[in-house]
Design a protein around this ligand. Sequence first.
Ligand code: GRG
Length: 292
Amino acid sequence: MADKMELYREQIEKALTQAIPAPAEGDGRSLVREAMAYSLLCGGKRVRPVLTLAFCELCGGEPSMALPFACAVEMVHTYSLIHDDMPCMDDDAMRRGRPANHKAYGEAMALLAGDGLLTLAFETALSFAGDAKAALEGARLLARRAGHEGMVGGQCIDLRSEGREMTVPLLQAMDDGKTVALIDAACGMGCIAAGAGEEALQAARRYAYGLGMAFQLRDDILDVEGSADKLGKDTGMDAARSKQNYVSLLGVEEAKRLVNEYTREAVEALKAFPGEKDFLESLALSLAAREN
Ligand code: GRG
């Protein structure tokens, strides 16, 4: 697994670096480009773009074909982190092991850097060099999952839940939007890049749901038990903001049991694919035990 992960990540880092024009001397736009690159090129785990390449390969495609889709998902993810850290949202100071974008560039530039990454994501997705219909289908899936029905909708539930009683179904709806939606886009876009059909997309969706829910549960556990050094961001933030999550509602042991159950469901979903699925199985298992 480690070799393939390294290979995918190398390709992703190179493509992301090439996607942002280098800041030019005397160019009035250089600061926003610098702020975009500051958050995009500073070493996230790259889980979502790796999923895009891996699903493309699982469906019989050449993974590098899916790079525009993979970069697009990572750009949307990075924009969401920049905006989420701003004082009007979660007001976090650290992200990916360094000061959050708004701490480094100020709020106005952080807002613009997020906007710049969101729009660049669609330009990048539409540069997919394969079938033109697949480019449109990939971009549409990303738009749906990132928007009000998906990530933006999940964030809205999150903001509205502050200071209110949280229930497990509402928490599930929130995480389905905030976390699962983009992971679902990442997996689905890999299938689309490979020209796979509806059956593969449905199975990818089941994998994404299991993996995404387990990922969020693990995030909630790490917020309580994790190390800020390893995570590259502050811990204990949900409790500090009186925000409820799986750990506060169900307890840490039940949250850990659910991580394993959702991960098992993700692995089960891979059975629908005839191809080599060791990598995606190992990825789900390693994310269930992740420390960052
Ligand atoms: C502002 C529209 C908008 C949405 C924000 C993504 C998000 C919604 C908020 C970030 C906070 C959070 C806990 C989101 C859940 C998804 C999640 C666990 C994000 C962190 O993803 P990682 O761990 O981060 O993959 P890296 O830095 O490794 O890419």
